[in-house]
Design a protein around this ligand. Structure first.
Ligand code: PMP
Length: 765
């Protein structure tokens, strides 16, 4: 709500209040601030401040209690002046709304905003904040359990206003600050000391005289929070001074530390909190600008917040932390230089192993949907469907740790966990899929599936889909056109037959009948193979194609293709390594979207959330055909630690309703990209299911000419903005999205805004 009464009228009414309740006749001069504050001049000299608070969310009782406490402890807060009848808080009916009036002693001094930043002053301001915290320790008030729009622990609420910021560089800097807040500040606040905090220790609320703080005003925003929030807020105002460098303003932090030593966790958060405050201020300002462009005090920091954000955006969080650590005489944290890691990789790892996302990323930590670089930057991980329930999910980590410290051995003993796991896994499958084999990777699982199919059919050959990848072992490479037809590949083996990629965007068959047409192609390939004297043991098909370019199988394709395969005596192996465990949203397994029942299901990647596991699930009949006297044994497969891990993953998927989450968030992503498609001609196709998506980039929508260079540029640019994506597909022009399923709406919206901005100016560096 915008105040609807003119300033002169407000002053007039305030003057009569002053006379009525305090018996004073001074003249009034409005002061900056969100509420009505006016200096009361007696004989031309400011003596008091009349404060009229009309904000319905204000808690004046809390504010008064804190003021009294701070005054008792000798802090330079304004003394409260009682009214003629002895009250500190006077209800007022209309000013212009209902509210309360208070009178305080006027504190002389210049606002910090108007003072110049000497080292001594910065140190004094930091110390003052720490003294407030010491004075408020062991003090409490029920009203402090609240939040408001400046509450840094709720800063995410402002993210949706980012599009209101006109300046594109400013928008990027705000995105980055808010991303840092979501991924670093929010999880970090829990580990920091808490108490009642000032809540708005900005540069208009400190009164200074030369290098001393002589006043601290406006406690109207105090609330429970992490103490370091105040320090971060204060630092945000030092950052807004023109030409401020972190080294130059670090005395503010050491000033605090000298009075109340900061913990490591707090020091790590100071700069990210400061950036979040700058972003919050810029966003609240932008929103208010649309509401009331004339309201001066509402936008008092509009320019300085944005320019500080853009100046400090490039600062690595770990480097910033070390600047502050040094200022506090603490040892800096250390890090291995990337050059030495690159050299060591070169010396000791096989050379045909690439690094992802353009510039090498040195990651040191993972949590939920985020990876963290050695420099402390968070990256939203949109490519890692292995860490399915979130990087380092505590439940999974705990299950692994507990079992690893209890027992880990092979499967030639009786043990409960493998049996519990096998029965729970089998329960997710349709009948008659009920027998499990445990291995250590998707490749091993596909190898085993091939052996099972050969044993059950007596045939040798495999039928695969063009562009597919099924693993890194010799047989799996032979079944992966993505590899054998790619760089360094040896071409097809005589026992492998390739059906065309059923791509309805770029392939030969498009439109409604494409599924049936592509299934007929499968029949053709089988026919040619059989006429050549070969027989098919199995059709290996991913339930949605991944390396092939994130291609959903067209309706009707899978059921007809399988029918042709089974008619030729072959089995259907569903490779669920990429898409299984609820990722598809509408179904737990990808094949269930097509209403088919495989003979063999191959599981990997998400099964252990990063713990190396793979599994094959099949029917009792096929299992018994495989049991020809030769034992099947995998030393590590199905060990108690892996089974405990697998059970925890299933448990988390269920408890956190991750399948439903994949459905809802997948739709949000798809709809968002469809909106971008209307704006950007280069988005040729948006496709996928749940959280397994492909965005196909083209040079020209009509010709559908692939745009691999643009796709690569987008991936590189998004990585610099802290969002990890990758490309895939035969033409490397499809942006692949398959994140941990714990990402949230904010992550998706940020991604869409950044993609929008990058595609609008793809040539910017
Ligand atoms: N099948 C598919 C569909 C895959 O994507 C992969 C791995 N990318 C594999 C099998 C092989 O799994 P792993 O790397 O665990 O051996």
């Amino acid at each position: 709500m915008v105040p609807d009464t003119k300033s002169s009228d407000l002053i007039h009414r305030a003057a009569s209040l002053l006379q009525e309740h305090w018996g004073l006749d001074g003249s009034l001069q409005r002061l900056p601030g969100e509420n009505f504050n006016a200096a009361v001049l007696v004989d031309g000299i400011p003596k008091y401040v009349l404060k009229i608070t009309t904000d319905p969310s204000a808690d004046v009782d809390l504010e008064q209690a804190v003021l009294h406490r701070l005054a008792d402890r000798g802090l330079p807060v304004p003394a409260s002046i009682a009214s003629i009848d002895g009250r500190f808080v006077i209800p007022v009916e209309q000013h212009p709304r209902q509210g309360v009036a208070r009178l305080q002693a006027f504190l002389p001094g210049t606002t910090w905003r108007d003072a110049s930043n000497s080292i001594a002053l910065l140190h004094a301001i930091g110390s003052q904040v720490a003294h407030v915290h010491l004075a408020l320790a062991e003090f409490d008030h029920p009203g402090a359990d609240r939040t408001h729009q400046w509450d840094l622990s709720a800063a995410q609420q402002h993210r949706a206003s980012i599009p209101l910021v006109g300046d594109p560089r400013g928008r990027i800097a705000i995105e980055s600050a808010m991303h840092l807040h979501a991924a670093v500040v929010m999880p970090g606040l829990d580990g920091c000391p808490r108490g009642i905090i000032h809540g708005d220790a900005n540069d208009e609320n400190f009164l200074v005289d030369a290098d001393r703080v002589v006043g601290l005003v406006d406690l109207g925003d105090c609330l429970h929070g992490a103490l370091v929030q105040d320090l971060g807020i204060t630092l945000a105002y030092a950052m807004q001074q023109p030409d401020a460098s972190l080294e130059g303003i670090a005395p503010l932090v050491s000033g605090y530390h000298d009075v109340r030593p900061l913990t490591d966790a707090e020091i790590r958060l100071v700069v990210p909190i400061a950036l979040a405050r700058l972003a919050t201020s810029a966003l609240i300002g932008s929103r208010r600008m649309t509401e009331d462009p004339e309201h001066e005090t509402w936008h008092s920091h509009a320019k300085t917040t944005l320019s500080a954000l853009t100046r400090f955006e490039g600062t690595e969080p770990a480097a910033a932390e070390n600047v502050l650590r040094r200022a506090c005489s603490l040892a800096p944290t250390t890090d291995t230089p990337p050059e030495s890691l690159l050299q060591s990789r070169h010396d000791h790892l096989g050379p045909n192993l690439s690094l992802a996302h353009g510039a090498p990323l040195h990651v040191v930590r993972g949590r939920g949907q985020y990876l963290y670089t050695a420099g402390g930057r968070p990256c939203l991980d949109l490519v890692n469907n292995v860490c399915h329930v979130g990087h380092c999910h505590p439940r999974v980590v705990e299950a692994i740790a507990h079992q690893a410290s209890t027992l880990n051995t092979n499967t030639r003993y009786l043990h409960e966990s493998i049996l519990e796991y096998a029965s729970k896994l089998a329960a997710t499958m349709p009948e008659p899929l009920s027998v499990c084999y445990f291995v250590n990777s998707g490749s091993e699982a596909n190898e085993l599936a091939l052996r099972l199919a050969r044993a059950a059919t007596g045939a040798l050959d495999a039928l695969v889909i063009d562009g597919a990848y099924h693993g890194c072992t010799p047989n799996c490479v032979a079944m992966s056109p993505y590899k054998f037809n790619g760089t360094g590949g040896d071409g097809p083996s005589d026992w492998v037959h390739v059906a065309p990629l059923p791509d309805t965007y770029r392939g030969e068959h498009r439109g409604e009948d494409a599924g049936a047409a592509y299934a007929l192609e499968v029949a053709d390939v089988i026919g040619t193979a059989c006429r050549g004297g070969r027989s098919i043991a199995a059709f290996f098909a991913e339930s949605m194609l991944s390396c092939g370019g994130q291609v959903p199988l067209p309706p009707g394709y899978l059921s007809s293709a399988i029918e042709h395969v089974r008619n030729a005596g072959g089995l259907y192996v569903a490779d669920e390594v990429q898409v299984g465990f609820g990722r598809m949203g509408d179904a737990f397994w990808g094949f269930q979207l097509h209403d088919v029942v495989p003979d063999i299901v191959v599981l990997g990647k998400p099964i252990g959330n990063g713990h190396p596991m793979g599994a094959v699930v099949t029917t009792p009949e096929i299992a018994s055909a495989f049991d020809n006297g030769m034992e099947f044994f995998s030393t590590f497969g199905g060990n108690p630690v892996s089974c405990a891990c697998g059970l925890a993953v299933l448990d988390v998927i269920e408890r956190e309703s991750l399948q439903e989450r994949a459905r809802v968030l997948g739709n949000r992503f798809i709809e968002g990209f469809q909106v971008l498609q209307e704006r950007h001609d280069c988005i040729g196709d948006v496709r996928g299911h749940g959280l397994f998506l492909g965005i196909e980039l083209v040079e020209d929508r009509r010709t559908r000419t692939p745009a691999p260079a643009l796709a690569a540029r987008l991936v590189r640019r998004m990585a610099t903005h802290g969002v990890l994506m990758s490309t895939d597909g035969p033409q490397a022009n499809v942006i692949k999205i398959k994140p941990p399923m714990v990402l949230n709406e904010q992550d998706i919206d940020m991604t869409l805004r950044l993609v929008d901005q990058v595609l609008a100016r793809p040539d910017d560096s």
